[in-house]
Structures are given as C-alpha cells and as structure tokens.
Design a protein around this ligand. Structure first.
Ligand SMILES: Cc1cc2nc3c(=O)[nH]c(=O)nc-3n(C[C@H](O)[C@H](O)[C@H](O)COP(=O)(O)OP(=O)(O)OC[C@H]3O[C@@H](n4cnc5c(N)ncnc54)[C@H](O)[C@@H]3O)c2cc1C
Length: 217
C-alpha cells in the first residue's frame, strides 16, 4: 500500500478546482497523492446559468462549461496532473479513523483513503438553474427549458433578489413575448447590502422593460 500522504477533495466546483490546481503545482509526486472526486463530469460556470437557460443567442453555452480532463493544465489529459487525478463519482459517506486518516465511500462502494480531506460540495437546488451531473445531458436540459419559455405566455418569479432580478432581465431581453412578474416579500428588490437608491434604479430598469414587480407579498 502507498505510504504517500493522500489528499482528497470532494467536489468539482469553483472551490474544489481552485484548490486542486494550486496543490497540483506545489505538492511532491513522491510524497503526495491528490484525488478530486466529483459527481459532475464537468465544471459548471453557474453565473452563466441565468442567461443560457433562456436563450441560445451568442452561443454562451460552449464557453460556460469545461470537461475536467484538462483541469491540471493544457498539456494534461484525462484529469491527470503532476500529483492530482480526477475521479467522477458520488461520495455517500466519510469514515474517520483519526484526525489524520479515514476513507470516503463512493456510491459504487469504492473506499478512498484520505490523510487530508477537503469537502467542497457546494449546495443543491432543483429547476432550470440546476445543471445535470453529466455534460452529455446539458444540451437536452437547456433545450427543454428554452422550449418551455418560448411556449408560455407568462412567468412569475418568486423572489426579487440577485437571481430573481437577473433572470427577469434575461427574460425581458431574450423572451420579450413573455409577461414576467416578480413577487417578493420585501418592499425593494435585491437586499439591504445595496443602497436603496440602487435597488430602486434596478426596479425601474426592469419595469421600463415590462417586468411587473409586486412588493410586500
Ligand atoms: C444561478 C447562479 C448564479 C450565480 N451567480 C454568481 C455570480 O454572478 N457571482 C458569484 O460570485 N457567484 C455566483 N453564484 C454562486 C457561485 O456559483 C457559488 O458560490 C460557487 O459555485 C460555489 O462554489 P463551490 O465550489 O463551493 O460549490 P459548487 O459550485 O456548488 O460545486 C459543488 C461541486 O460538488 C459536487 N458534489 C456535490 N455533492 C457531491 C458528492 N456527494 N460527491 C461528489 N461530488 C459532489 C458537485 O457535483 C459540484 O461539482 C451563482 C450561483 C448560481 C446557482
């Protein structure tokens, strides 16, 4: 059995990839092994999700995901770097034998030893902004939602925060035939991090483009 220090990163999002890439450059291949285990077989640039489920215009899709095979650099293949490797799979439990040793258990029963463990599994949600775990399913997912949007007369967004307002703007720009309404509990869009003047300006910008905002409900 290898006596290298095993570093395991669970996750394949922005955080996991940034750490994996940085460690792959710095760690010693003779002393360390690094495994990034991710349920998704590609990197999802989530800020783009807000536009690309509404429209194919500008072909943003192809720029907003990256298969994991080259995450350790252009010259690398199949998700293998100097020290690091990428393994696609879902971690279902973590076993801890001590503070410095344990195993992660994958859905298929495989157990991978860790001496250092980073869990960077982000958060989960459902709906159009939830990109599938397999890159091969992304296009059908986007096509389904774009067709739905093209076929409806009105869309109600519950919540006027950053995501709600941005989606409303994308719909107003790229699906102008749809009547878009935002219903929100607060009396201004966004949240109190932003000055009221800015929140009013964002609301006005949306209303000028036909979005109906129902506050306080
Ligand atoms: C629609 C939308 C728009 C956004 N816009 C912005 C923006 O404009 N600016 C900004 O700064 N932030 C934005 N964010 C937030 C930003 O995307 C997140 O903060 C960021 O993705 C968090 O990165 P992460 O690596 O922690 O988690 P995530 O990106 O969620 O990645 C988690 C990873 O862990 C994997 N995983 C989960 N469970 C397991 C498991 N059991 N086993 C193996 N792998 C697992 C997932 O498959 C995924 O690859 C937006 C988010 C969304 C949803």
């Amino acid at each position: 059995m290898s006596n290298k220090t095993s570093i395991v990163i669970v996750g394949g999002g922005f955080l996991a990839i940034s750490v994996a890439k940085a460690l792959d450059k710095r760690l010693s291949p003779s002393k360390h092994s690094l495994t990034m285990i991710t349920e998704t077989d590609y990197y999802r640039h989530l800020p783009a999700a807000l536009r690309i489920f509404v429209t194919a215009e500008g072909d943003l899709d192809s720029k907003m995901y990256h298969p994991h095979d080259k995450i350790f650099g252009k010259g690398t293949q199949n998700g293998v770097g100097r020290v690091g490797t990428v393994q696609v799979g879902k971690v279902v439990s973590v076993e801890e034998e001590s503070k410095e040793k344990g195993y992660v258990v994958l859905e298929d029963g495989q157990r991978i030893k860790w001496n250092v463990l980073l869990i960077a599994t982000g958060s989960e949600w459902e709906g159009p902004l939830r990109w599938p775990n397999r890159l091969s399913l992304l296009k059908p997912h986007l096509d389904t939602w774009r067709e739905r949007i093209a076929s409806v007369k009105s869309i109600v967004l519950v919540g006027g925060g950053a995501v709600g307002t941005e989606v409303a703007g994308e719909l107003a720009d790229f699906a102008p035939q749809v009547k878009v309404s935002i219903v929100q509990r607060d009396t201004l869009v966004l949240n109190a991090t932003y000055p009221d003047s800015f929140r009013r300006r964002v609301a006005r910008g949306l209303e000028d483009r036909g979005v109906v905002i129902l506050n306080g409900d």
